[in-house]
Design a protein around this ligand. Structure first.
Ligand SMILES: CN1c2c(nc(N)[nH]c2=O)NC[C@@H]1CNc1ccc(C(=O)N[C@@H](CCC(=O)N[C@@H](CCC(=O)N[C@@H](CCC(=O)O)C(=O)O)C(=O)O)C(=O)O)cc1
Ligand SMILES: N[C@@H](CCS)C(=O)O
Ligand SMILES: [Zn+2]
Length: 762
């Protein structure tokens, strides 16, 4: 039997975020386009060489991007929305980055979560355009690897079903035309790759793990039938991930040469399907056995026994040992980390360490022996050493969780009564204006924090700086005329990292970044022990801000599910238990804010939706404990304390019921890139609690006009009654510059004032 080591894809960010820096230098015109392209080429080549040096046999190409892989495909297919025609003689890069980031009057394309990850992709927009092939960047990357390094790579491309599934702008009637246009383009790309010497082509189809209706399965079958007819000579491996392959019996029999399955996230179901239906003869099986979504080293003995079981069930003649998904969701290498507890460090595996595991497993499957002596014993020892670490078991937390009863998860008074009480207590104007929490993290803010981290300035100097920046922004907010103010979050690098740094059970890396969207990166904390609240985390900053103004300052916390979903989480206890531990810790912070006189407290849950299982039938189980964790954090407050929450970066259309279940007095939602669709959903499913639909996109430096904002507000008024209506931007403003922030907020406040003059429509 033939065994090969491979990965679905490898991070492009660079061990020291070189990729991010290159992009940002180019955008700031610090390097020419030529230098930019040369730097990217260098990064691509080094990245391939590095994977080869790690011992990977079959290296993926085409998984490198200039911003986002869905955007790469959209521009390659000439799927460029009309509004970008207004750009004057744009270069290819100018159009590409205008779609990603907006330019002049052309707003950026929508961005949304990539399945249940913290990565966000650019949503392709189908407007019935004629599609053509604008080059073939996958071929370019294939040839680059071949010519520069002699590597015959495995080109990868996001497949046609997934591409259309994740795109928007079509309906039942136009979908067929969209597919029909794409089939020849995919076939052409594949043909060119085969002609250039590609042995295999990996076609990524994660959408084949969603629940699919019969009609959709028929489409998938037809797509691959037509592609196979167009390029029968191509060896295509359809790669699925994040869940088990749906309708295994039929989809594993698509007319392609191989199927890639995720044995980590869809393991049990994929194995059951193999038992029931077997694996089609003469097909290659790519076995996703190393977890591409977590940072823990594998139990190699367990991996081998799963592979052996799969081998027996599938009878495949050729297997690839692979990652469960693209490794872009984990950091590059743990090698540079020098400040982690040894027990934690030993049990970590980032992308490079995962490739080493894949190489080891492949060697064992092929040769029946390990490459490195003692590797299995080491892997078990690492797991065991962390399991018995005292940080894993905190009796105080354990006892507190056991004492919880149903009333700890519910406000004492229903919203209908709270609404009136809060209205009288808070005396806010109609259509109150507010922001989501963060204000620009200017160069000065970042530099001062960096100096403090390097001990160049003292704790007191740093705290004084944060205090002054907060005071400056309280004044700015007063001048703008906002109704409910925020302290600005200047003390925070990241909304999750900050809380992790103050709670027990967390560890922090120095270099373990992953891309969140475009060039924006996050460095998720690691939850490796029980989580406990030991001291106030936000009270000082918020209370100081409150003293500077007669307006309300919102307390600002990150919710339990967002802390959970944006961290790398221990895998020895259920996620639900970790969520409750965090919920309990935040409950104490909420109480501390209340005790300090804060009357409005926002608990952000932007990541609530991203934790949803891909299959709808599994939603309920997750949502039950996720919503409960939020309620555990927020429900202890007095009736006249107003709880806000905020969500962004996702589709809310089918998510109104879970949002309602949070029982938050007010929610602010990001909507400006998909406003119409949400209005439609709210019409069908009216929402009764306080709600602010984001009135402008904060991802773009563009200042929205008063008229644009008024238009959005008026649309929202058709579905949200005045008593519930809040006015806010889409999300926090930490990534923006000060002038555009002030100008945009002034227009927002003006638009709200105009609304107050207008007779209510409902
Ligand atoms: C709201 N979102 C978040 C998500 N996930 C999170 N974990 N956090 C989020 O806020 N997911 C969904 C959305 C969208 N995502 C993002 C993600 C990332 C950013 C962003 O702006 N990222 C910054 C990095 C932010 C940060 O932590 N900055 C540090 C500085 C780190 C740094 O670069 N240091 C320098 C050294 C500085 C010096 O010595 O002078 C270095 O290492 O070179 C900080 O502020 O202190 C990014 O730039 O990528 C936004 C939305
Ligand atoms: N309060 C946070 C929420 C981001 S989702 C912020 O304003 O940055
Ligand atoms: Zn947000």
């Amino acid at each position: 039997m033939n065994v090969t080591s491979t990965v679905v894809g490898y991070p492009y960010i660079g061990a020291k975020r070189e990729w991010k820096r290159t992009l940002e230098k180019f955008w700031k015109n610090e390097i020419t386009e030529e230098q930019f392209e040369a730097e990217l080429k260098n990064l691509r080549i080094n990245r391939l060489k590095h994977q080869k040096d790690l011992g990977l046999q079959f290296i993926t190409v085409g998984d490198f991007t200039k911003y986002d892989r869905m955007l790469d495909l959209a521009t390659m297919f000439n799927l460029i929305p009309k509004r970008y025609e207004a750009l004057e003689n744009p270069t290819a890069n100018e159009t590409y980055y205008a779609m990603a980031r907006g330019a002049k009057d052309a707003v950026a394309c929508e961005m949304t979560k990539w399945y249940n990850t913290n990565y966000h992709y650019i949503v392709p927009e189908y407007e019935g355009q004629s599609l053509t092939l604008n080059g073939n960047y996958i071929l370019d990357q294939f040839l680059e690897a071949k010519n520069e390094l002699g590597i015959i790579g495995k080109p990868t491309i996001i497949g046609p079903y997934t591409f259309v599934d994740l795109a928007k702008g079509y309906d039942e009637k136009t979908r067929a035309a969209f597919f029909l246009q794409l089939i020849p383009l995919y076939s052409q790309i594949i043909k060119e790759l085969v002609t250039a010497g590609a042995d295999w082509i990996q076609v990524e189809e994660p959408s084949l793990t969603k629940s699919l209706a019969e009609e959709e399965i028929l489409i998938v079958e037809e797509l691959y039938k037509q592609i196979n007819e167009a390029v029968p000579e191509a060896k295509i491996l359809v790669q699925t991930y994040f869940e088990a392959l749906t309708s295994f019996e039929r989809l594993s029999r698509l007319p392609v040469a191989g199927i890639g399955l995720d044995f980590v996230h869809g393991g049990k179901e994929n194995i059951k399907a193999l038992q029931n239906y077997g694996f089609p003869q003469n097909k290659t099986l790519s076995l996703g056995i190393i977890n591409g979504r977590d940072i823990w080293s594998a139990n190699l003995a367990e991996a081998i026994s799963t592979i052996n079981a799969v081998k027996q069930l599938s009878n495949a003649e050729e297997i690839w040992i692979s990652s469960s998904c693209n490794l872009q969701h984990v950091p590059v290498s743990k090698k540079m980390e020098e400040n982690l507890p040894q027990e934690l460090y030993d049990h970590l595996a980032f992308a490079d360490e995962k490739i080493r595991e894949i190489a080891e497993i492949t060697y064992y499957i092929e040769k029946g022996a390990w490459l490195k002596e003692g590797v299995v014993a080491d892997s078990l020892k690492a797991i065991e050493a962390l399991a018995i670490h005292p940080i894993r078991k905190n009796k105080v937390v354990d006892d507190a969780l056991k004492l919880l009863t149903a009333k700890d998860f519910a406000r004492s008074v229903p919203f209908s009564e709270r609404q009136q009480i809060q209205k009288e207590a808070l005396q806010l104007p109609d259509y109150p204006t507010t922001t989501i929490g963060s204000f620009p993290q200017s160069q000065l803010v970042k530099k001062t924090r960096a100096a403090w981290r390097k001990n160049e300035i003292s704790d007191e100097q740093y705290a004084q700086f944060v205090k002054e920046e907060t005071a400056r922004w309280i004044q700015i907010q007063e001048d703008i005329g906002l109704d409910v103010l925020v302290h600005g979050e200047f003390e925070r690098t990241d909304m999750v990292e900050y809380f992790g740094e103050h709670l027990t059970g967390f560890a922090f890396t120095d270099f373990a970044w992953v891309v969140s969207y475009g060039s924006r990166c996050v460095k998720p904390p690691i939850i490796y022990g029980d989580v406990e609240w030991t001291h106030e985390m936000t009270v000082k900053e918020v209370a100081e801000a409150q003293q500077l103004t007669n307006k309300y300052v919102k307390g600002m916390l990150t919710g339990p599910i967002t802390i959970l979903n944006w961290s790398f989480v221990r895998n020895d206890i259920p996620r639900q238990e970790v969520a409750y531990q965090i919920g309990l810790a935040l409950r104490k912070e909420v109480a501390a804010l209340e005790a300090a006189g804060i009357k409005i407290i926002q608990v952000d849950e932007p990541a609530l939706r991203e934790g949803l299982p891909l299959r709808k039938e599994n939603w309920n189980e997750y949502l039950t404990w996720a919503v409960d964790a939020f309620k555990l954090a927020t429900s202890s407050v007095a009736t006249d304390t107003q709880i806000h929450t905020h969500m962004c970066y996702c589709e809310f259309n089918d998510f109104i019921d879970p949002i309602r279940a949070l029982d938050a007095d007010v929610i602010s939602l990001e909507t400006s890139r998909s406003h119409g669709e949400l209005i439609h959903s709210l019409k069908a499913n009216p929402y009764e609690l306080g709600i602010g639909l984001g009135v402008y996109d904060i991802h773009s430096p563009r200042v929205p006009t008063i008229e644009e904002i008024s238009h959005i507000l008026n649309e929202s008024l058709a579905v949200i009654p005045k008593e519930q209506f809040w006015v806010n931007p889409d999300c926090g403003l930490k990534t923006r510059q000060e002038p555009e922030t002030v100008a945009s907020l002034k227009n927002m406040v003006q638009a709200a004032h105009k609304l107050r003059q207008q007779p209510a429509t409902i």
